[in-house]
Design a protein around this ligand. Structure first.
Ligand SMILES: CC[C@H](O)CC(=O)C(=O)O
Ligand code: MN
Length: 336
């Protein structure tokens, strides 16, 4: 076992957030190869789950190529030092699935709720603690709540027993000063560690992650080669290099993580992760990054501009779990 003294802990989310970008089609071989390589680069946490978390495989969210639990088991059996994390949205994943994930080797769970709905999480957090899992409260769509509301909800997560609480910029809509005020307020009001999860739709994932670190966040998410929903997350290998320049030790081997990006991730990307007109619109309109492919499919079906759908979804303040609204909105727009 490698013992690394790290200043900050990076969770690599390509095998979970990136599931959205590959339409949930990760194969067992891909998950094993990527987990092995990330582990060898000394990445501390690797998240493996359907993009929408345990139990996410469905017509609503997209059917997985391979069952979540099989992927988690294979990744856990592969890694030597890294911890496998899973995502759980109460109401999508069940407590039974969480028990199974823990049995199969998951060591951390991120219990994810909409930023104003932490109160759906206590049972799942309590179970996670009982199972001996490191437990994270993951407050999604953080741009949709004012700072005091976010703090209130973060404190709820802490009171339920979360070891870490994250502000999650699901839409990649936050600007650096907005990240700063959120993380600063969380730091001032909570005793647990604070984390930040960015999306790069406005090309601000790195700037926002650094803003979060400056305000005291010690957990940061990255997706290697930006393999995450929308334009992806903070690019892990770039983050490792930037942190190194700042004298912050992530414990991750820079050359090895660059090689994983180049030799293992790039070949499995359906297309390079770029800020396209649609991913840019996600950030601009404040829409869930995971809605990207669903909206593009709806645009094609109704022969309309996908940006119009995204702008309309932003106006409706649609949240995770409301994927069915994408078709409703597209159908309405098509009538006009
Ligand atoms: C739908 C779950 C979502 O993808 C979780 C996440 O990574 C986020 O909100 O950004
Ligand atoms: Mn995400």
């Amino acid at each position: 076992m490698i013992m690394t003294k790290r200043d900050l802990l990076i969770t690599e989310v390509a095998l979970r957030d990136g599931s959205h970008a590959v339409n949930h089609q990760f194969t067992l071989d891909q998950v094993v190869n990527v987990s092995k390589a990330l582990d060898e680069a000394n990445v501390p946490y690797i998240e493996v789950t359907h993009g929408d978390g345990l139990g996410g495989s469905s017509l609503q969210f997209g059917l997985s190529h391979t069952n979540d639990l099989e992927l988690i088991e294979a990744a856990a059996a592969t890694v030597k030092n890294a911890k496998i994390s899973v995502l759980l949205l109460p109401g999508v994943g069940t407590k039974e699935e969480l028990k199974q994930a823990a049995k199969l080797g998951a060591k951390m769970v991120r219990v994810a709720t909409h930023v104003t709905e932490a109160d759906v999480a206590p049972q799942h957090i309590a179970l996670a603690k009982e199972l001996g899992l490191e437990t994270v409260g993951f407050l999604m769509m953080s741009h949709m709540a004012p700072v005091d509301k976010l703090v209130e909800q973060a404190k709820l997560m802490e009171s339920y027993g979360a070891d870490v609480v994250y502000a999650v910029d699901s839409a990649g809509a936050l600007l650096p000063h907005e990240v700063k005020e959120r993380i600063r307020a969380m730091k001032e009001n909570l005793s647990v560690e604070i984390g930040f999860h960015a999306h790069n739709n406005l090309s601000l994932a790195m700037a926002n992650s650094l803003a979060a670190i400056e305000e005291g966040a010690t957990r940061i998410d990255g997706s290697i080669r930006c393999l995450g929903a929308g334009a992806g997350n903070t690019q892990t290998e770039v983050l490792v290099a930037v942190l190194d320049r700042l004298g912050i030790n992530s414990g991750i081997d820079l050359y090895k993580i660059m090689d994983v990006a180049e030799n293992i991730i790039a070949p499995i990307l359906p297309k390079p992760q770029e800020i396209t007109k649609d991913s840019l619109t996600l950030g601009y309109a404040g829409v869930y990054s995971s809605f990207l492919l669903h909206s593009q499919r709806a645009a094609e079906r109704f022969n309309i501009d996908s940006r119009d759908i995204l702008i309309e979804l932003g106006k409706h303040k649609v949240v995770g779990g409301q994927e069915d609204m994408i078709l409703d909105v597209a159908a309405e727009l098509a009538k006009k």
